[in-house]
Design a protein around this ligand. Sequence first.
Ligand code: HPA
Ligand code: ZN
Length: 323
Amino acid sequence: MSRIRELPKVELHVHIEGTLEPDLVVELAHDQGIELPYPDAEVLRERYVFADLSSFLDIYYANLDVLRRRHDFARLAYEYGARAHLAGVVHAEVFFDPQAHRSRGVPLHDVVGGLVDGFDDARAEFGVTTDLIACFLRDRPVAEASAVLDELVDMSAPIVGVGLDSAEIGNPAAPFAEVFARAAALGLRRVAHAGEESGPESVREAIEELAVHRVDHGIRSVDDPGVMAQLAAHRIPLTVCPLSNVRLRTVADLASHPLPHLIEAGVVVTINSDDPAYFGGHVDDNFLAVAEQFALTDDTLAQLARNSVTAIFLPQERRDTVL
Ligand code: HPA
Ligand code: ZN
């Protein structure tokens, strides 16, 4: 629907590794002589049927094996910028998972340098601007997250914030409080995945222990009126990813997605794609899906898009140049 494509959009919840399309996996593997355990991109895509978050993460991490060289990361970033432009995205704050590459022996310098190269090219060609948020993996030791933060600081990595992602159940946020406090002292913004597969207590924990500025997903907040009130009163935005929630079965189907309840309760809701190569669409597709499912008016769609603008981490002087 053109009314959705034409809405100027900001994307706040997209993992750059989750934009790695099957075609690019196969191309990069072929280019480097990496043998893949499937014959082609179509067969890989057929495997994208997920029972839950962890069954998705298994494939997501396995596919990263083809990202080894600085220009692999540049290509990934450029392709996202090109596709985001088609979706009407003018600015994106993009997650990356440093530990998922460092643990495979890829220098963080190549990861960050490559992403910056690709985003620079995409900005020059399409006008889409991007900032980077480094996510810590919550199912890895806190000491590793701390070492990654040190490394990013030492290399003056151009990140605007830190986040927390990977398997939520059994991996609470609280142990990361000290790393997040250190990031805060360095002037970095904070976000965390919470309330995706765990309940509203996980959202409260991210707010209270990590002092996050936004909560990624956060949809299970609807199960606790106290958490809903906390989000609304403090205007803590949720970066909601409807197609991801359907594909990872955190909701039974789109019709039972809590989005309308979150909007109704006055929560600052934003719409995003999460891992578009895996979940059936970019941010425009997510807008389209919820617009149709819930018969959202043009006013509501515009409000959702505006919410993302209010939730960005750009300083005022840069906002005026990109929005
Ligand atoms: N949830 C948690 N961790 C992730 C996700 C997600 O949807 N995508 C990539 N890492
Ligand atoms: Zn996510």
